[in-house]
Write a protein that binds this ligand. Structure first.
Ligand code: SF4
Ligand code: SF4
Ligand code: FES
Length: 326
């Protein structure tokens, strides 16, 4: 079948433009094979990365039909089935663009330096500090080893990084790939730095609290690493170790769950007092709420009473079941 490939091409520091190429391909042809054919048969100047051709090396990450994916994993048939609406007399189209959140070097080749620097920032190596190296090897039980299976599947393709909404607005956020690796370190039975790591990943919006939980990293990851779930697990470990007085971010989460358990939904009056006012301990925090409180009172928007939700019992039992599982 004839397919039109629309490829976003760009040189470093220049504006991107679309170029189109037509190929006669089979439904099962991978996007990477199509790019190879375009390069070999039509335009040798097209630049893209590839290596294993088999979903192993992570080199061929790019945006295919608007979402980040591996070119060697996706094929023409499934792309057209999912994304193409063919109009009468026109060829079906597949669009290809470079990964997002990273500067373009040329065409589909992006500069991954930041990606690697951010991975480095979570200290992605099993620590050997304060531990004597055994004579032969570090033994793990099958159960301990199995905790590394999911995160160990990451091939550093950059698809999650490319789609990350938090990174798009906060360049300090280390990113889903790095935090998935961080979780791999936290659960590794051989590592002796878990507490230090959790403190590090708890910092500001660089670590786990920078994630906006948009789910896109989970949606695009070709290896089912589920970075957002890994971030959630680190958050839980941090919350398990902290009391509500530790910081505003921790209070925010604890007060939210506590209030929803009490009333089925959030009593906004208490929420501000608990989170910003630190359960009436932080006088300065309480004072900062006063202007907002007065404005809300003046405009008749301050809730004077709170009605618990009719489904409070069900909500509470749902939360308790999830907490029991965790
Ligand atoms: S977590 Fe998934 S999407 Fe992100 S770099 Fe690893 S394999 Fe790629
Ligand atoms: S869930 Fe969090 S880490 Fe994943 S893409 Fe969204 S903001 Fe980024
Ligand atoms: S070429 Fe290696 S993952 Fe696609």
């Amino acid at each position: 079948m004839q397919v039109l490939f629309k490829i976003l091409r760009q040189k470093s520091h220049q504006s991107p433009h679309l170029e189109t190429y037509t190929l006669d391909v089979e439904a099962g042809t991978t996007i990477l094979e199509c790019l190879n054919r375009i390069k070999w048969e039509q335009d040798g100047t097209l630049a893209f990365r590839k290596n294993c051709r088999n979903t192993i090396c992570g080199s061929c990450g790019m945006r295919i039909n608007g979402r980040s994916a591996l070119a060697c994993k996706e094929n023409v048939g499934s792309e057209l089935q999912q994304f193409s609406q063919v109009k009468n007399g026109e060829l079906p189209e597949i669009t290809i663009a470079p990964l997002g959140n990273l500067p373009v070097v040329k065409d589909l080749v992006v500069d991954m330096s930041k990606f690697w620097q951010k991975l480095e920032a979570v200290d992605p190596y099993v620590s050997t500090k304060s531990r004597s190296i055994p004579e032969r090897e570090f033994v793990q039980t099958p159960e301990e080893r199995s905790r590394l299976d999911q995160t160990g599947n990451c091939i550093m393709c950059g698809a999650c990084y490319s789609e990350c909404n938090a990174l798009a607005v906060n360049r300090d956020f280390v990113g889903p790939h790095a935090l998935a690796k961080a979780q791999r370190m936290v659960v590794d039975s051989r590592d002796t730095e878990v507490e230090t790591r959790l403190e590090q990943y708890n910092q500001g919006t660089e670590g786990v609290w920078g994630c906006t939980r948009c789910y896109l990293c989970n949606a695009v990851c070709p290896m089912e690493v589920a970075p957002m779930d890994q971030i959630g697990q680190i958050k839980q470990q941090i919350l398990d170790r902290k009391d509500a007085q530790t910081s505003r971010a921790i209070r925010h989460r604890k007060a939210l769950v506590e209030l929803v358990k009490q009333g089925g939904w959030v009593d906004e009056r208490k929420f501000g007092l608990f989170v910003v006012g630190n359960y009436f301990r932080d006088l300065q925090g309480l004072l900062t709420l006063a202007p907002l409180g007065f404005r809300m009172l003046a405009s008749g928007k301050f809730p004077l009473s709170f009605e618990p939700s009719e489904g409070t019992e069900q909500v509470r039992s749902l939360i308790e079941s999830v907490q029991a599982k965790e």
